[in-house]
Design a protein around this ligand. Structure first.
Ligand code: PLP
Length: 402
């Protein structure tokens, strides 16, 4: 070969790299084979393997397998065997949620859900799916009689987010799943706030779980990814694969690798996140500038008994209402020194944001207020700092907001 050919060609892969202790980043778009018959079989599905990284990629698959194993951890199937699940990684939580919805629901069918969803999911349902002819009914998921009535009328999916973003309302997954099953409707759960370590919706009877893996699963705020996890089912797997392949909303090797790296510390992070959050919620609860605290770990939270049953701990998300409304919220946010003001959540450091003007700004103001998102509401994702530093920062900012 001459220099130009030598420059462009890959060296022959060294099989020794398979001994790498840490999963390598497979930064490749395509996969080369010797025999066209091999590729033909990959295209027809007669043989499994990698073809093109929009379809599948070894680092992405490693992250998918880890997520599936984590979600199934400790659970058994009907035969008492360890539960095996399928996971698909996406380019964002919204990509996972939109693919889930398109996989389960088509025009003329209905999605039944709550009114208090993450702003992006709310907008997706009302601004994208409803105009495509998908009926969307948002109701109070604690009213089981009303949920049952809606499920009986042409529903194709019950979609639940618990704890909800940002008001931390929690729903009884076992009761909702039993109701959905009796009506022949699948149920999917956005488990972003809880993570599989604190709550396992499939153990409660849900059919699928979605995550913004951008949040606690990654944990370090350095990659946007999402996941859809479900029971193996050939038809559903084909549909999810087809949608992901053709919508092109796949994740990539680098972000999957960042997720794999972040997942290593999920258990220790969640422990510390939850411990810090309970201390912060208790402090907020006692401060005179705060009118109301939404944290399911506080004994006076209306969902506290349910969450004690359904979750292993109370999570790291807290919202609270300042007595002085928007002007107090603004002063409080301006005064913070250690806590950072930013949307997103689940990072190692504490993030604080104002849902009415940030994460839920795209939701109709009347619907927003009906969901409890007032101008004085502030949301916190409590990080892994020393709890005393958090207490000092929050106290000085709250004092300024009184
Ligand atoms: N679900 C919840 C509960 C969220 O909070 C978010 C984002 O904040 C999403 C889904 C969307 O995730 P992503 O931003 O990764 O698309």
């Amino acid at each position: 070969m001459r220099p130009a050919s030598l420059c462009v060609h890959e060296p022959h892969a060294d099989p020794e790299w398979l001994h790498a202790h840490i999963t390598p980043i497979a930064a490749t778009t395509t996969y080369a084979y010797e025999d066209p018959e091999h590729l033909r079989q990959l295209f027809t599905g007669e043989r499994s393997g990698y073809v093109y990284s929009r379809w599948s990629n070894p680092t992405v698959v490693a992250a998918e397998e880890k997520l599936a194993t984590l979600e199934a951890c400790g659970l058994c199937d009907d035969q008492g065997q360890p539960l095996r699940l399928k996971a698909r990684l996406f380019g964002s939580g919204m990509a996972a949620i939109s693919t889930l919805m398109l996989a389960f629901v088509g025009p003329g069918r209905k999605i039944v859900t709550q009114h208090n969803l993450y702003g992006g999911s709310h907008e997706l349902l009302l601004q994208v799916l409803r105009p495509l002819g998908i009926d969307v009914v948002m109701l109070h998921l604690k009213d089981l009689a009303q949920v049952e009535r809606e499920l009986q009328q042409n529903a194709a999916l019950l979609y639940v987010e618990t704890p909800s973003n940002p008001t931390l309302e929690c729903y009884d997954l076992a009761s909702l799943a039993a109701l959905a099953r009796s009506c022949g409707v699948p149920m999917a759960v956005d488990n972003t706030f809880a993570t599989p370590l604190l709550q396992q919706p499939l153990a409660c009877g849900a059919n699928a779980v979605v995550y913004s893996a951008t949040k606690f699963l990654n944990g370090h705020g350095n990659a946007v990814t999402g996941a859809l996890i479900f029971h193996p089912n050939e038809e559903l797997e084909k549909r999810v694969f087809m949608l992901a392949k053709l919508l092109g909303n796949n994740s990539n090797a680098f972000e999957a690798w960042l997720l794999l790296n972040g997942l290593k510390t999920l258990a220790v992070r969640m422990e510390r996140h939850c411990r810090n959050a309970l201390q912060v919620a208790t402090l907020l609860h006692r401060h005179p500038a705060v009118q109301r605290v939404y944290y399911p770990g506080l004994p006076d939270h209306p969902d506290h008994p349910l969450v004690r049953r359904q979750m292993k701990d109370f999570g790291a998300m807290i919202s609270f209402e300042l007595r002085g409304g928007w002007s107090a919220a603004r002063k409080f946010l301006q005064r913070l020194r250690l806590c950072r003001m930013a949307v997103s959540l689940g990072t190692t450091d504490t993030l604080v944001q104002h849902p009415a003007s940030m994460s839920h700004a795209g939701v109709d103001p009347d619907l927003r207020r009906a969901a409890g998102i007032t101008d004085g509401l502030v949301r916190m994702s409590v990080g892994l700092e020393d709890a005393n530093d958090l207490a000092e920062d929050l106290t000085q900012a709250l004092n300024a907001a009184e």
